[in-house]
Design a protein around this ligand. Structure first.
Ligand code: PAF
Length: 270
């Protein structure tokens, strides 16, 4: 595995490769990320990863300073998984960066409490694409709204990179894998699996109850466990507008703050 640290080196090293598949990350890699690398191997011939904790996507009171930094460990994991190149840029990557605005669906769900987050995401992902020019890029469906925004953004810009979503990977108790899980207190780590359990209950009852009843009942159950979702919604997976009770394809999406840690999860029914 070769480590690339700047734009010039990237252009030089990657110029002869075709069918490259990129997994952009902010490091602190877990099995969820490694499943994205497997997907990259499936669709492409050369696997690229990037590790960069992007300050542009953190709000002023968010956890940029506490975000786990585990570069040595991450590089070992990437090497073991068969990654071919890893791009670890310095802060220079932000020099003269052109800022972009995310499509309007960025204002919904997570965008309500994180108004500048998705602009920061599309800005850095675009920069990564410009430097690495991947044929495919793989994003985890745990961050479903991010996936949808990136897909729309690059379609509108006519980029050739194909955006691919990869399924959520869960701990054995159902909690969606996330770098932020490490930041949970042991008390909140015990509560956290109830998030997925309730989403699964909604999925299992969606044909028998109205969406509003499912949501009201779930909010009650959450309250009993001292969980207060920032949002819990049943949505059209393309527009992120509220779904109708008889829609066959829906996204059940949630964001919850446990202590200082914000967790998101979803179930997609097709
Ligand atoms: O999903 C993430 O880890 C980040 O938002 C991404 C896509 C690497 C951009 O910084």
């Amino acid at each position: 595995m070769e480590i690339i640290t700047n734009e010039k080196q990237a252009k030089e090293v990657l110029k002869d490769f075709n069918e490259t598949a990129l997994v952009p990350t902010m490091g602190n890699l877990h099995d969820g990320h490694l499943s994205l690398l497997s997907k990259a191997k499936e669709v492409g011939e050369i696997v690229l990863a990037s590790i960069y904790i992007n300050p542009l996507q953190f709000g002023v009171n968010e956890d940029f300073d506490n975000y786990p930094r585990t570069l040595d460990d991450d590089l070992l994991k990437l090497e073991k998984t068969g990654c071919d190149f890893v791009f670890c840029p310095s802060e220079d990557i932000l020099k003269n960066i052109k800022n972009y605005q995310a499509p309007d669906i960025s204002k919904k769900l997570c965008g309500k409490s994180r108004p500048t987050h998705f602009d920061g995401v599309v800005t850095i992902v675009r920069k990564l694409f410009e430097v690495l020019n991947p044929d495919y890029a793989i994003f985890g469906l745990k961050d479903y709204q991010q996936f949808l925004i990136i897909k729309k953004f690059f379609n509108e810009m006519n980029f050739h990179t194909k955006i691919i979503g990869s399924p959520i990977v869960r701990e054995s108790d159902g909690l969606a894998m996330s770098s932020r899980n490490n930041l949970l207190t042991s008390e909140n780590r015990k509560i956290a699996p109830k998030i997925y359990k309730q989403l699964a209950w909604i999925r299992d009852n969606i044909e028998n109850q109205s969406h509003s009843d499912l949501i009201l009942n779930s909010i009650e159950t959450f309250k009993e466990n001292n969980i207060h979702p920032e949002y819990l919604s049943i949505l059209n997976p393309d527009t992120l507008e509220d779904a109708k009770d008889d829609d066959l394809s829906v996204l059940i999406a949630i964001a919850v703050k446990l202590g200082n840690v914000r967790l998101i999860d979803n179930i997609l029914i097709n």
